[in-house]
Design a protein around this ligand. Structure first.
Ligand SMILES: Cc1cc2nc3c(=O)[nH]c(=O)nc-3n(C[C@H](O)[C@H](O)[C@H](O)COP(=O)(O)O)c2cc1C
Length: 345
C-alpha cells in the first residue's frame, strides 16, 4: 500500500509540472479593481502583514499542500518551507497518509528545522479518516511539529482515480469527531473543486469546530485532468467545480478564516481575493513549477511586488484597507454569482 502512495505522489508532481492540467477558465479574469489615479500610499510604506489564525505572517500567502512520502519529497518540502520562512508565509505539507502507514517516511515531511516560526499545516484526506483514528493523526502532526491540520475533501479526484476511494457517506461525522478529538485547529480544504458556504454551514456548531477553510476552488489545477494522465477517465468532469472567487465571497462572508486558493496565479489574483474577503491567498502548482525552474525566490518576490502594486493603485496601505476595496465583477463570474445567489437565497 505505502509503495503505491509513494509512487503516486511522485507521479502527481511530474504531471503537474510537465502537462497542461489547468481548468480552461480562470474566474479571477472577470474581476477588476477600480484604478485610483490619486493614491495616497507610498510603495515602500505598504504593510502586507496579516494573521493566520494564531500566527503572524509577514506576507499574506501560503504554499498549499503538495508532497511528502518519497525521497525527493524531502528536498522539495525543505526548500519550499525554507522559502516560506524567509518571506514569512505559511506552508502546507502534502498528505501525511504515507508517513502514517510507514513511520520511516516522517523525515520526508519534517521541515521545522528550516521553518522555525511560520505556521506549518499538516494534511490528511477526509476519506482516510475511515482508516485512521484521531490518536494516529495527532501523533503524525506531533512528529512533524505542525501547528494546524488541513483535512482535504477530494471526492472528484477519488472518483476519477482508478484506485481511488468510493466511500464517502459519513465523512462529515468523521471530520467532526477528529475536530473534537485532536489537539490541533482544523482547516477544511478542497483540492481544486472548491468549498462553498453550504459545506461550511453543514457542520454542527461549525464556528468553534472548524478554524478555517482553504477554498481550493476551480480555476487552477484540475485534479480530474491530473488523474486522466494516470489512467482515469475525466471526460466532462475535467471542468467540474465551484469557481474560486465565488467560493471566497461566500465563505469569507460567514466570518470564518478563509484561504483563497485554486487558480491564484500571482499577486494580482491574490489582491482580488483579498478584496473579496480572503484572509490569506494560497497556491500549489505555481510554486512547484518555480521550484523545478530554480526560480522560487523570483516567483515569491513577484507575488509580493504585484500585491503591493495593486495596493498602491487602489490606495490601500494595509490588508484591512485592501479588504475594503471595491471590485468590478463581470462576465461568467458575475453570471455565476447572480445565479448562485438565487439558490443560496
Ligand atoms: C503536485 C501537487 C500535489 C498535491 N498534493 C496535495 C495533497 O497531498 N493534499 C492536499 O490537500 N492537496 C494537494 N494538492 C492540491 C493543492 O494543495 C491545491 O489545493 C490545488 O492544487 C489547487 O491549487 P493550485 O491551482 O494553486 O494548484 C496538490 C497539488 C499539487 C500541484
Amino acid at each position: 500500500m505505502s509503495k503505491l502512495i509513494r509512487s503516486r505522489k511522485g507521479e502527481h508532481i511530474d504531471i503537474c509540472v510537465n502537462e497542461d492540467v489547468n481548468y480552461s477558465y480562470n474566474f479571477f479574469d472577470d474581476i477588476e479593481f477600480v484604478h485610483d489615479a490619486l493614491t495616497d500610499v507610498n510603495y515602500d510604506d505598504i504593510d502586507t502583514s496579516t494573521t493566520f489564525i494564531k500566527h503572524h505572517l509577514k506576507h499574506p500567502f501560503m504554499i498549499t499542500a503538495m508532497t511528502g512520502g518519497y525521497p525527493e519529497a524531502k528536498t522539495i518540502n525543505k526548500r519550499l518551507a525554507a522559502l516560506c520562512e524567509k518571506y514569512g508565509i505559511a506552508f502546507g505539507l502534502g498528505s501525511q497518509r504515507a508517513m502514517i502507514e510507514n513511520k520511516g517516511l516522517t523525515e520526508t515531511y519534517y521541515v521545522r528545522d528550516v521553518a522555525k516560526t511560520i505556521p506549518i499545516v499538516g494534511n490528511i484526506g477526509a476519506a482516510q479518516l475511515f482508516q485512521y483514528d484521531s490518536t494516529k493523526i495527532n501523533d503524525a502532526l506531533k512528529s512533524v511539529d505542525a501547528d494546524y491540520l488541513a483535512i482535504h475533501l477530494n471526492t472528484l479526484q477519488e472518483l476519477v482515480q482508478p484506485e481511488g476511494d468510493r466511500r464517502f457517506a459519513g465523512l462529515k461525522e468523521k471530520i467532526e469527531s477528529v475536530c473534537r478529538e485532536i489537539e490541533y485547529p482544523v482547516i477544511l480544504k478542497e483540492t481544486g473543486a472548491g468549498i462553498d458556504r453550504s459545506v461550511v454551514k453543514r457542520f454542527a456548531g461549525w464556528r468553534p469546530l472548524i478554524a478555517g477553510v482553504d477554498i481550493a476552488g476551480r480555476g487552477g489545477t484540475s485534479w480530474s485532468k491530473v488523474e486522466e494522465y494516470r489512467g482515469g477517465i475525466a471526460g466532462p468532469f475535467g471542468e467540474w467545480g465551484n469557481p474560486t472567487p465565488a467560493c471566497v465571497m461566500e465563505v469569507a462572508n460567514t466570518g470564518i478564516f478563509t484561504i483563497a486558493s485554486g487558480g491564484v496565479r500571482h499577486g494580482l489574483d491574490a489582491a482580488k481575493a483579498f478584496a473579496l474577503g480572503a484572509d490569506v491567498a494560497g497556491a500549489a502548482r505555481p510554486f512547484i513549477s518555480a521550484y523545478f525552474k530554480g526560480k522560487l525566490d523570483e516567483e515569491i518576490e513577484l507575488w509580493i511586488t504585484y500585491l503591493k502594486r495593486a495596493m498602491v493603485l487602489t490606495n490601500s496601505g494595509n490588508m484591512r484597507e485592501l479588504g475594503r476595496t471595491n471590485v468590478i465583477i463581470t462576465g461568467r463570474l458575475a453570471d455565476y454569482i447572480k445565479a448562485k445567489s438565487m439558490i443560496n437565497g
